[in-house]
Design a protein around this ligand. Structure first.
Ligand SMILES: *Cc1c(COP(=O)(O)O)cnc(C)c1O
Length: 862
């Protein structure tokens, strides 16, 4: 009989072992091997049976065993030591507190919103890179002591579990999770102790209610909203059923809950903990963008600001991170759907969901070229005074992609910066590497994930031995998973003897694992099946290839790609050298990053915003073989791996795939294999080990999530907090001033004109460095000279009279006459060749993050 509903009974711990409660629910155990060892000691067999899940472990262990351990002095001493260690980790001042002690002005708190969080496989609340990144962000913030609160949804069935049918088609399963059996606690009211119940208004006078679970990620709380409660009707209970499942209507409900409910959850949490409200709100992608609308509502109803004043205050405190380089990847809703959810009662303009806020203003936040569409990324950019992409290349692509929101500016002036993603070393580096690093650097640096570069000092023998050990572990894991997959596909045990011989611990191992959208080109490796076969089956220098990845359930094309790989891997002659492992998730990924010698990535450039799997491989001494896209474009240095040449300009996609696949095979044959199999007398591949060493040394420090989080803290959170304090001070005086300024600039800008531009001092044959004086007269349309900035712009004249390689120089206001306000600058020619110049006027205000922010510019007419 099938169980109607699953529930989990939590163990009653003997008093002497009560610390196991905190050690099992604070997810710091997931990146702290000594704590994992302690759980393993309770019952090694059960530990492996529950797949290293401490909460399940404590729920299933025999009570007699716990009583026994309570009397085991050795165990209790280790438990006490680990409890003290966790206490120290949670309380001791860390990097952030040390910065503050030095007088560095940092944000007092940050709320970080994301639709998915991949912290550990026991909390499967993620689908792929975005979620893992968010998880790593929380962990690194915890290690650094950053006062961050994570906010998202708790999905009853997470994403999906993948298996294969007999003919290699992806099958999806949605096992339902019981929050009671997860490392979560309920957020409760401080006075009554009752569970906090959030309310979010839905059309037709309905109310969506949600409770809030807290996952403790080291020092960082992660608030997860859950609508699956008896107080909701069946339809609303299902709002948090699955990640990225359902239609647009389902999705907007999720995003409304995450954004609007999320802010309410933060307020309930800080109230319950007696904490100050966060100064900064970070949108990790546009999905939770409605959080800005809710904060506007709070200010409008709570402090009596008008919409524009509230917007100015919200913008100052908001950071928006975009993650997609393709317009098709942006979250967009039919405008009418957004209107439906935000509309006023009886069709009035006062939103029923956000009373006090006009629906027209909310809809305008997501406006884009197509008037019938609401664009979540545009809303993010309009609500965040600071915005960034996730690698240098992605910054460039994003400035170009969103240039339309800053018309009149060149793409490189669009105020979107970049912070390159990173990965959490204690989560992703094998224990072997962490132990070596700890030996070389000491425990403290490892905890903050610094000092990775010290691994360069380790001897070639030890480096190579570590690589071999990790590859061997992967081979065991591959065999186990191949066998399990074939059992699921209907094979009998008797047919599966061969799976014990799949893969060889001494063969060069290439990994390819990621989600399966088209641009990632899962099947590029199969472009020339004969050539791949020859590589796999070479007698002297073979390759073995492990492939994994999930396709979105609605993406039949992606599933067909998976099937293509599976069918190839099923073939009798190659099945010992190429495998497709179903159900790519954190627990599998770990083995792949540890064990693969080469990490293959062949996206269609520049569609990979950053990519992080190659970083995790690099932390383990894996060498990247990748298209120069995302992070690899900025971090490849010629010796830390290989760049597959891209056929960027080639329009014909088939031809482009052929060219790039051939380049990949060539690299494998001509460079990768000779290095790996070129052994010295002692069996060590000297040139390979040197590349591994160089990878650890050069990439180690750059790919860390701690580097990424420090960048966010310094470049985005601290300036946002400072801006937020300025606009809030004196009863929101700054917000009011800024809103008034924006309104006036908008009204008066049509009257701003560049009337005349003159130059003098230019010699007949100008040379670089020649001095010249530029003078201009501008009309300011009623604005004050202090409210604008006037710039000379010099650059190379392109074929269409446009300027490139421009240099801008501020001009000085020297007076006014009947022509207008007069500005002058003495400058030098920055370039040789065909040089041109012009003048432009921009709005300028101390509370703007930059002069391009408002997207307004005036240049000479004609
Ligand atoms: C790191 C990771 C990803 C993201 O990898 P990309 O290189 O960004 O595609 C996806 N899934 C899992 C399980 C990961 O660990």
């Amino acid at each position: 009989m099938k169980a109607l509903r699953r529930f989990t009974v939590r163990a009653h711990l003997p008093a002497r072992l009560s610390a196991l409660g905190q050690l099992s629910t604070n997810l710091r155990w997931s990146w702290h091997p000594p704590t994992q060892d302690l759980f393993a000691r309770i019952d090694p067999e059960l530990w492996s049976l529950v797949r290293h899940d401490p909460v399940r472990m404590l729920g299933e262990v025999a009570p007699g065993r716990l009583d026994e351990l309570a009397g085991d002095e050795d165990f209790v001493a280790e438990l006490d030591r680990l409890e003290a260690d966790l206490g120290d980790y949670l309380d001791r001042p860390r990097w952030y507190q040390n910065q503050q002690a030095k007088g560095v002005d940092l944000a007092s708190g940050i709320a970080y919103f994301s639709m998915e969080f991949g912290v550990t496989e026991v909390l499967p609340n993620y689908s792929g890179g975005l979620g893992i990144l968010a998880g790593d962000h929380l962990k690194a913030a915890s290690d650094l002591g950053v006062p961050l609160i994570g906010v998202g949804l708790l999905y009853r069935s997470g994403y999906f579990r993948q298996s294969l049918t007999a003919d290699g088609w992806q099958a999806e399963h949605y096992p339902s999770l019981d929050p009671q059996g997860l490392p979560l606690r309920l957020l409760t009211e401080p006075e009554s102790g009752a569970a906090v119940l959030l309310h979010v208004a839905m059309p037709g006078d309905r109310v969506l209610r949600a409770r809030v679970w807290i996952a403790q990620v080291g020092r960082v709380p992660l608030l997860l909203l859950d609508s699956d409660i008896a107080e909701n009707d069946a339809e609303l209970r299902g709002v948090t059923d699955r990640l990225y499942g359902g239609d647009q209507d389902h999705r907007i409900k999720q995003e409304i809950l995450a954004g609007i409910g999320g802010v309410r959850a933060v307020r309930a949490y800080t109230r319950s903990m007696g904490l100050a409200d966060p100064e900064v709100f970070h949108m990790n992608e546009g999905h939770a963008g409605f959080l800005g609308a809710e904060r506007i509502r709070e200010l409008v109803t709570g402090t009596g600001l008008d919409f524009d004043e509230a917007l100015a205050a919200v913008r100052a405190a908001t950071v928006f991170t975009t993650h997609t380089p393709v317009p098709a990847g942006i979250d967009r809703f039919p405008l009418d759907l957004v209107r439906h959810y935000f509309a006023g009662r009886d069709g009035g303009n006062d939103s029923a969901l956000l009373p006090g806020v006009g629906v027209d203003r909310i809809l305008a936040l997501g406006g884009e070229a197509d008037p019938s569409v609401f664009n979540m990324a545009h809303m993010g950019l309009r609500l965040g005074q600071r915005a960034n992409g996730v690698s240098r290349l992605h910054g460039i692509v994003s400035r170009d992609m969103f240039n339309g929101l800053w018309p009149g500016f060149d793409a490189d002036e669009v105020p979107i910066g970049s912070v390159t993603n990173g990965v959490h070393a204690p989560t992703w580096a094998a224990r072997e590497w962490m132990d070596l690093a700890r030996r070389a650097v000491g425990p403290e640096l490892v905890e903050e994930a610094r000092g990775w570069e010290q691994l360069q000092d380790i001897g070639a023998d030890e480096l190579w031995a570590t690589r071999n050990a990790l590859r061997a572990q992967l081979v065991d894991e591959v065999r186990r998973r191949v066998r399990a997959s074939w059992v699921e596909r209907g094979a009998t045990e008797a047919e599966l003897g061969w799976t014990a011989e799949v893969f060889d611990p001494n063969v060069l191992t290439v990994g390819f694992a990621r989600r399966v959208p088209t641009y990632k080109r899962l099947t590029l490796m199969l472009r020339d099946p004969q050539r791949l076969r020859a590589l796999l089956l070479d007698e002297e220098r073979p390759v073995q290839l492990v492939v994994a990845g999930k396709s979105h359930p609605a993406d039949e094309g992606g599933k067909a790609l998976i099937q293509q790989v599976v069918r190839f891997a099923d073939e009798y002659d190659v099945r010992h050298r190429i495998v497709f492992l179903p159900d790519y998730d954190m627990s599998m990924a770990r083995y792949l990053y540890w064990g693969c010698d080469v990490w293959l990535n062949n996206p269609l450039r520049p569609l990979e915003a950053c990519g992080t799997s190659g970083m995790k491989s690099a932390l383990n001494g894996g060498l990247n073989l990748s298209i120069r896209d995302g992070w690899w474009d900025e971090m490849f240095d010629g010796e830390n791996g290989w760049a597959i040449p891209t056929a960027d300009g080639v329009q014909d996609e088939t031809r482009r795939d052929d060219l790039e696949a051939n380049a990949m095979y060539d690299l494998l044959e001509q460079s990768v294999l000779p290095k790996f199999y070129g052994r010295g007398a002692d069996g060590v591949p000297v040139r390979w080990v040197e590349m591994v060493r160089h990878t650890l040394q050069t990439l180690g420090p750059k790919v860390l999530a701690s580097r990424m989080v420090r960048d966010y803290v310094v470049e985005l959170y601290a300036p946002a907090a400072a801006a937020a304090r300025t606009v809030v001070a004196d009863g929101y005086a700054g917000a009011k001033r800024l809103a008034l300024y924006r309104a006036q600039v908008a009204a008066k800008w049509p009257g701003v004109q560049v009337v005349q531009v003159d130059s003098s001092g230019l010699p007949d044959t100008p040379v670089i460095g020649a001095e010249l004086t530029l003078r201009t007269y501008v009309r300011l349309g009623g604005l004050d000279a202090s409210e604008v900035t006037v710039q000379a712009v010099l650059g190379r004249v392109g074929p269409e009279e446009d300027l490139t390689d421009v240099v801008t120089v501020p001009m000085t206001h020297v007076g006014s006459d009947e022509l207008g306000e007069e500005y002058v600058v003495d400058t030098v020619l920055p370039l040789s060749g065909a040089v041109g110049y012009t003048v432009r006027v921009l709005p300028h205000h101390e509370l703007l993050a930059g002069d391009a922010e408002l997207g307004l510019v005036a240049t000479p007419a004609g």
